[in-house]
Design a binder for this molecule. Sequence first.
Ligand SMILES: Nc1ncnc2c1ncn2[C@@H]1O[C@H](COP(=O)(O)OP(=O)(O)OP(=O)(O)O)[C@@H](O)[C@H]1O
Ligand SMILES: [Mg+2]
Length: 300
Amino acid sequence: MSGVIEATGLTKKYGDLVAVDHVDLTVQAGSFFGVLGPNGAGKTTLLEMIEGLRKPDAGTATILGEPSWPRNAHLLPQLGVQLQASAFFERLTAKEQLTTFADLYGVRHSRVDEMLELVGLTEHAKKRTEDLSGGQRQRLSIACSLVHDPQVVFLDEPTAALDPQARRNLWELLSAINDSGRTVVLTTHHMDEAEALCDLVAVMDHGRILTVDHPAALVRGLDAPTRISLPETVLSAERARTLPAALEVDCQDGSTVITTRDPAAVLTTLAQWQALTGLQVRGATLEDVFLQLTGREYRA
Ligand SMILES: Nc1ncnc2c1ncn2[C@@H]1O[C@H](COP(=O)(O)OP(=O)(O)OP(=O)(O)O)[C@@H](O)[C@H]1O
Ligand SMILES: [Mg+2]
């Protein structure tokens, strides 16, 4: 089955640096696709080539079956693009910006108020964009990319400047857009975001895609042990070493950390010992996946 987005051999070089290195990618219609990777991995360059904003040195990309480069006017009404560095028309208010975008796409004006409401900017509608906070500007740029109800939405680190509440609101908005059948592609540094939203995640580093899979499958594939930690005052390392299922016991900053492959057995014994106060359980995360794929800690 062919995808709504198909990229083959996409490559971009800046001098000696290969920013994107022969990337093949398929995104199926209606999916929520994440691109995860540290600074400089090539995420923005890859997306911009797919969107038709940057000319590839090699390779091709199609969206909805049409080549995206050279810039394809057919495709534009179907695409919503939020750039990492957003630029607005000068001296316009938030509402005027959004209205300008609506006019460009021939969208009814009532949609402008709906979008302002959706991204929580109704009360800032009359503020000039240069007077908005970083997070408010980011929400406005997301609204601008969605105002024409595009089929395929690209968002480059959409939650980077958002506070936790705005981030959750945006997650809900993006999930709803995806549930309505739209394809969403987003880049992020946040593992929790990728885990919460994406059907598939491409882990990228040094211009290459290292793996593509469901976030949960990536984590499961690691078969990593569980870490259980407790304050040292509740459980000493000495006593923890007597736990039958403990693989390893460490002391870290006032905590006793037990590594185990049988968390149920450890937790049962801890309950019998009445040593559960302050307990924290941590399974593997996508950060561990990155560490395994690259041999390096994730550096966002
Ligand atoms: N116009 C350019 N000229 C020269 N080098 C560039 C240019 N754009 C990007 N690069 C380089 O290409 C590499 C990939 O950059 P890119 O912006 O795609 O990374 P990214 O994964 O989006 O990073 P971030 O998480 O910081 O947004 C980086 O090393 C960057 O310095
Ligand atoms: Mg980027």
